[in-house]
Write a protein that binds this ligand. Sequence first.
Ligand code: VTB
Ligand code: MG
Ligand code: MG
Length: 331
Amino acid sequence: MNKPPFQSGYTVSDRNLALELVRVTEAAALKSFHWVGLGKKNEADAAAVQGMRQAFDTVAISGTVVIGEGEMDEAPMLYIGEKVGAGGPEMDIAVDPLEGTNLVAKNLPNAITVVALAEKGNFLHAPDIYMDKIAIGPGYPEGVIDIDNNVKTNLMNLAKAKKVDVSDLTLSILERERHEEIIAKAREAGAHVKLVSDGDVASIISTCLPKSNVDIVIGSGGAPEGVLAAAALRCFDGQMQGRLLFENKEQIDRARKMNPLDPQRKLSLHDMANGNVLFSATGVTNGDILKGVRWKGNHVWTNSIVTRSVSKTIRFINACHDPRNKPQTTI
Ligand code: VTB
Ligand code: MG
Ligand code: MG
């Protein structure tokens, strides 16, 4: 195992922790890309989890997974409550080792590996249920979007703030039956609709980057993915709101135990990811925000994005890896 760089380890505000985090998402991507297009989403996911888990062992932190692969009895690694890191300051960790397992299985765009860090107690403890989400990129006045407004109103307010017509806006949404009404209403209002089969974290990030035409993301997806997207948007200065979608009272009671505040309230970015936040993602398949893993001869290329809420610097990191030089636990 690598020695921690400092005796005391990293705190969330140490800027070089960002590079360590890139190694973690790279490690997950370098393991899972072997499964691209093989139709085996669980194997791809397991490989990503293994890569990510190993890479954490070399980082000088004491992390606790708060958004992870499930409960202790349902996930062998990176389960909620699991301790990761080589030792150091305590912090909370949110992971989706492979966001878009289907995308890898089918070799479709936008599969990414994702990690976010925050100081203890600063991530929403989101149960594995759905969350209603609405998100836009940076540069708009606060309050342009509201999860309680209908889709037409949100589109009109955004168009006004952007000084364009609704017909100049693109809304990205997961292609699901439950979204049929939103899709119809958005088209009725004149917006372009981009349907994606999976991966709303990448969609939400894409509202913040000039690499895509996506202006707004609306609709429900995984609640853990909502927290990860919120962590990203804290760093990119985007806007987002969420609301957990409970199916029964048992789920509500459970969420209430995990979080002190009313779990059914409208969630702001800061309700989901507060304080100092770090975010890193690496592309597995080519996508709107990142290139996927590519291999040429003995070299494997990765493309990652890493950012910190304190500086809001957005770094894209291209790396060329030579797997022959990498012992199992280091990337
Ligand atoms: C959501 C979305 C993810 O899977 O969790 C989705 O947030 C699952 O939704 O980005 P369904 O149950 O409707 O399929 C992703 O698309 C990929 O993990
Ligand atoms: Mg996952
Ligand atoms: Mg996911």
